[in-house]
Design a protein around this ligand. Sequence first.
Ligand SMILES: Nc1ncnc2c1ncn2[C@@H]1O[C@H](COP(=O)(O)OP(=O)(O)OP(=O)(O)O)[C@@H](O)[C@H]1O
Length: 719
Amino acid sequence: MGRMGGSQMTYSANPNDYRLLEEVGYGASATVYRAIYLPFNEVVAVKCLDLDRCNSNLDDIRREAQTMRLIDHPNVIRAFCSFVVDRNLWVVMPFMDEGSCLHLMKIAHPDGFEEAAICSILKETLKALDYLHRQGHIHRDVKAGNILLNSNGVVKLADFGVSACMFDTGDRQRARNTFVGTPCWMAPEVLQPGSGYNSKADIWSFGITALELAHGHAPFSKYPPMKVLLMTIQNAPPGLDYDRDKKFSKSFKEMVAMCLVKDQTKRPTAEKLLKHSCFKHAKPPELSVKKLFADLPPLWNRVKALQLKDAAQLALKKMPSAEQEALSQSEYQRGVSAWNFDLEDLKAQASLVRDDDDDMPDTREEDECMKPFGSYKLVSDGQSSSVKLNSNSEIQQVECRTHTDADELLLAESLIRKGKLLESDTLQTGTLEKSGTKSEATNDEKASSSERDMTQAKAKMVKGRQTQSGPLVPGAVLGHSLSDKGRFWERSEIDNQPTTEKTTCEVRKAPSFSGPLMLPNRASANSLSAPIKSSGGFRDSLDEKSKANLVQIKGRFSVTSENLDLVKGSPLRKSASVGDWIFESKQTSTSLSPKEISNNNLPASFLMPHLHNLFQQTSIQQDLIMNLFNSLQPADALDVAQNGKLPPLPRSSENNGSVDAAPSERERMLLMKISELQTRMINLTDELNSERLRYAQLQRQLKSISGQEENGDRRELDA
Ligand SMILES: Nc1ncnc2c1ncn2[C@@H]1O[C@H](COP(=O)(O)OP(=O)(O)OP(=O)(O)O)[C@@H](O)[C@H]1O
């Protein structure tokens, strides 16, 4: 049996006692359901944490569950009980029927809430933080997505996925020298782990959350993690702008500014902040918060609508942006989800995201707080300028001539070499690769990597898959050997499972890869990150089976042939030619239900962007082919071959290293690729033509319908 719930009732740890209903939320590694606890016929929330998808190690998961069970504060979500079901950790919690502030903003308040509501929400959050800090915890993931509301106006802070204990020593203490949290909300000192951090990191995140609630999004949120990271370190702290944020009071602006001070010692404690006039005069949440969700449909319908809206938005983006968005979003969300940043991964991200900020897919207005970055952009005009990086009170100057992502990498690498940016076990790959060369891993890095190996080895030693029906104890979690990873996907025993388990499996299988619903946020989070297994930063840590199926390693992530099928099922696919993620328009068009299509009631405004996408995709394919043709040029070909991407070029001694005229293995491969691309282009052209036809048909139908209506009207008038 599980522990006592808030209502002093005992909740069982038997999954059959819970009927999972609708999905009401999802995070990096968990899906949250509204559920009925059958013995009491009571509505609860069940967070199903996918142990396979978890980026965190088992200790983190256990810590979250333990923390949640021990806490007892009206503003902190507590766990009634938690237990392991197959490959999931189920955490049973009170159901917060209005969901998170983030969802609420996305669905009904895209430009943020009004000040009265914000102050009420923040006050409750601050009470939660004050309590947690007194208990010795740092939450480390304070953000609107983790502030939950219910219809009575109750506000609770959730998600202890990354919380840390301040009183820990040894390994756990060292863990606080690592990147943990969500990039946009992360305090500068968290990004410079050498100095360590404390509960004041939560106060920074709290300040960022205040801005998030005020604007509808966090500052820097449109940038990929690498950029966010550098901007947090380099730029002046974000804040409310005097002109743009006129609707907010001086007191509110002042409170935000107090939280967002780079020097953590100058930030107030939660206790002190609670005394700020902003909170002293805050209305009780039941008065100011309820109107935020008045007249909204039930949470689960909102979540569905949100998924649909995101799917539509992504589908309608013009192709290059959509491609970029998908990539950027997935990279961003991976950063969001990945508590432990990995330089290799960040480098990969930075190199994949174009530096042209104006082209960034986010249509949001640029934040005022981005202004300092504007001046940074100036240097791209070839002027020399210096970027100041404040690290451990020491100002380091890095010469920066052009503002490119490569420069950002250099900056980061420069910091790292100076031992400022990463010091402990977060430098997961332990290597810095630039232009194919590897710098030597430092002793610290080596030591920490062996520590990690030990942890992994330990986890692997605990064999056997347990289906635990009892409150979560360390053994219960550890019962899931990491080496079991991936088995879930192969299992054919789903049909033999109790309904609840079946539901989980189906839902888990479905979300990312099958339906159009999952295309956007989650699509971007899951379609890429779920099938792309986290290898924990080590190629070596991939299990044998994964290694055998390995298709590609990308940063910390590997794509196996097994999950490539899943990727194929997703609307994003890997372009065979260039290795970019291409938005599959075929999938997009089929993302409309057959009913919708057969109803022929699609407005032209909806179809046109699809056609446009197809058209552009075709052009892109053409470009790719041209590029490939060009890549046959001797100089380029030589270069590519030297980079090891293709078999080496044959050389003849007579022509002094120039490319041999005879078709080489490499050329054959290129030709194969070209013909593959051509086939795809033909398919896309066909698709475009059929869409055109359908569009013309629809227009005819529209005309005839409107003609009929006009006739009807005329007849009515005549009569
Ligand atoms: N008790 C609850 N009642 C209602 N909705 C909830 C509850 N708990 C979580 N949610 C919803 O589910 C979403 C995801 O939950 P949660 O943040 O715990 O998952 P996660 O995987 O830990 O997320 P993250 O990406 O922040 O690490 C929340 O943002 C919220 O919208």
